[in-house]
Design a binder for this molecule. Structure first.
Ligand SMILES: [Zn+2]
Length: 147
């Protein structure tokens, strides 16, 4: 898209999330390019935000980190986080923001996420970029009855 379209779409998000600053974009010949999976997700988030997906002014990082997994919550649902983490595939990280990345077990169960980059988690949040539900992501590692 043109740089001007990008600036218009990203204006609000760029205030709270520097991934949306023009200086962090892949710009060529006056156009902003989206040439990788990660960049395409950024574009999708940008469009969702612009189309009013209930996202309001929250940064995308905060929208995605919607499952906040406190120790108290883990204990309540009997989530065995240690065993869950040990079962994960292709984990990399953490990056500067403390985010680990790897294969989403829920996507993998359907034959997806062969690139090992849908799952993201921090010490207190777990989410999937393909929007799998939290309980699908941790399936088999919590007590279903306590959900
Ligand atoms: Zn997933």
């Amino acid at each position: 898209m043109s740089v001007w379209d990008f600036l218009e779409l990203s204006e609000e998000l760029a205030k709270s999330d520097k991934r949306y600053l023009l200086s962090n974009q892949d710009v060529e010949g006056g156009r902003v390019k989206f040439r990788t999976q990660e960049r395409l997700r950024l574009l999708q988030d940008l469009l969702n935000h612009h189309n009013g997906n209930g996202a309001g002014n929250l940064s995308v990082a905060r929208i995605e980190a919607r499952e906040i997994v406190t120790e108290e919550f883990s204990a309540k649902i009997g989530f065995d986080r240690k065993a869950w983490e040990a079962s994960l595939v292709g984990i990399k990280g953490p990056n500067q923001k403390g985010i680990y990345q790897g294969q989403c077990p829920s996507c993998a169960a359907r034959g997806g996420d062969t690139g090992h980059d849908h799952l993201a988690y921090t010490s207190d949040a777990i989410w999937c970029h393909a929007k799998c539900s939290f309980f699908d992501i941790i399936a088999g590692y919590y007590k279903e009855a306590n959900r």
